[in-house]
Design a protein around this ligand. Structure first.
Ligand code: AMP
Length: 461
């Protein structure tokens, strides 16, 4: 099935092929090679893949292709009913999926609307009322719009549950089943999940019809390109050590991971006090604040983004030159996930971890998982005191490069270590990681997970 080495051979509409080429995609990723032909044939698919594997294009491109015969330039909303529905667990993920979909449909008359909570309903209402063939939504807000009759799902031909495991973890199952009840029975259904709990299997059994299982390994760019370093520090030295790493390496566009929301806020404040362009992203921030921080980070106006695992999961921030673990993650699998943020899409990267004596056991667990020791490095914490690191723009100007060129230069300059097969396994969060995640998500979601079979009536559709 993986004989597809370019986008010309799937039989996709030329407008779609042109769009992906314009986005710089040259070769399909493994999930795209496997999923695109199946979805094109109208099959239901259960995809075992997480963000970063290219799964969005894997389901979106063939769905768009199948919608194109009905695409039209009419101004009438009635000519643009919802034909494809993509459900996602978070606002950030919905935004990212929609952003990609909009680029894939750029050369067609198809329309895409995004719907998620935490922001004003009115602009979403208008977009839905004007008509959009593709709707990307988080479940709760979509239900609000359905209740207000801002849209109808009666003509949906294809539905995607993206990151289904996270949606269940966040307690969205009742909302999902209410939405599924409003869809036509004759439809194509796709489901993507990074993990396969019993609940996910039950949901799949109820939701999918004769599905094909498509499994791919985590994109293994990280394995070839991430240099991993460990710095042993005292708890009281952590912030100084972080500042020294930023200064001595001249690092910009760095994602710094912490284990708690409180720690996240505190560290971002400390960094700002020390003259670093930093912001925080965690579950307690408003949607506006999170999007502003993410946008600033992507644009290069924010150099350091401090994040918790949950807030960072699903964020599409590619080709980061570096990630720093200010705290060693509770679950070793989260370490792999965190460092996968750097070195994505073939770019090289650097992953640095600050560890106190109290975190030794967590470090040992990570080393067991990745089957090698992390190189221990030392820092001279006195040398850098009082010096502010040059800002990204200042460095760019000093080198006569654009900010984007400067970032590419930083990425290219990072060293390339050897591969490790942990990166070729699908991500499975450990119990400890899940507990931390639940703690982080509970206040934001405000809902309790429910049993799958009971809510879906336990029967096949
Ligand atoms: P996803 O796993 O869908 O979130 O995709 C992760 C990132 O990879 C996104 O920035 C996509 O735009 C990008 N991407 C997806 N497919 C390809 C491809 N075939 N070649 C290069 N980049 C891709």
């Amino acid at each position: 099935m993986s004989e597809y080495h370019d986008f010309d051979h799937f039989g996709l509409d030329p407008r779609i092929v042109a769009a992906v080429k314009a986005m710089g995609y040259t070769r399909p990723t493994p999930i795209q090679s496997k999923a695109i032909p199946l979805v094109l044939r109208g099959r239901d698919v259960m995809g075992a893949a997480q963000t970063g594997t290219g799964k969005t294009a894997g389901f979106a491109l063939p769905i768009i292709h199948r919608l194109l015969p009905q695409a039209n330039t009419s101004a009438s909303p009635a000519r643009h009913p919802v034909r494809a529905l993509i459900l996602a667990p978070t606002r950030e993920l919905a935004d990212q999926v929609a952003e990609n979909v909009r680029m894939y449909i750029a050369g067609t008359p198809l329309r895409c609307a995004t719907v998620y909570g935490g922001v004003d309903m009115e602009p979403q209402t208008q977009a839905l009322r004007q008509g959009a063939e593709i709707v990307v939504a988080t479940p709760g807000r979509l239900l609000d719009h359905l209740q207000q009759k801002n849209t109808s799902l009666s003509q949906v031909q294809a539905v995607v549950l993206d990151e289904a495991d996270r949606m269940l973890d966040m307690g969205f199952l009742p909302d999902i089943s209410r939405i599924l009840n409003q869809l036509p029975r004759e439809r194509q259904s796709l489901m993507f999940s990074a993990t396969f709990s019993e609940e996910i299997k039950k949901l799949a059994a109820n939701f999918l019809r004769d599905p094909v299982l498509v499994e791919v390994a985590q994109r293994n760019a990280a394995a070839d390109t991430v240099q991993q370093e460990l710095y042993r520090v005292h708890e009281s030295e952590k912030t100084a050590a972080l500042l020294e790493l930023l200064r001595s390496r001249g690092l910009r566009q760095v994602l710094v991971f912490v284990n708690t929301k409180i720690g996240c806020r505190r560290l971002a404040r400390e960094l700002v006090k020390n003259g670093v362009n930093a912001d925080a992203i965690h579950g307690d921030k408003s949607q506006d604040e999170r999007m502003k921080a993410l946008e600033g980070f992507k644009q290069g106006t924010i150099d350091v983004l401090v994040a918790t695992d949950v807030a960072a999961r699903g964020l599409d921030i590619a080709e980061l030159p570096a990630v720093i673990n200010y705290d060693v993650p509770y679950a070793p699998e989260d370490y792999v996930h965190r460092i996968g943020r750097t070195g994505r899409a073939g770019a090289s990267g650097l992953a640095m971890t600050l560890a106190t004596g109290a975190e030794d056991r967590a470090v040992a667990a990570i080393e067991r998982l990745i089957k090698r020791p992390i190189e221990v490095k030392t820092l001279d914490l006195k040398r850098g005191r009082g010096e502010r690191p040059p800002r990204f723009r200042e460095r760019a100007e000093a080198h006569g490069r654009s900010a984007a060129a400067e970032r590419r230069h930083a990425v290219a300059a990072a060293p390339r270590p050897t591969a490790d097969d942990i990166f070729s396994k699908p991500y499975e969060p450990a119990a400890a990681g899940k507990a931390a995640e639940a703690e982080e998500q509970a206040p934001a979601a405000g809902k309790k997970p429910a049993k799958v079979a009971a809510l879906l009536g336990g029967g096949k559709r």
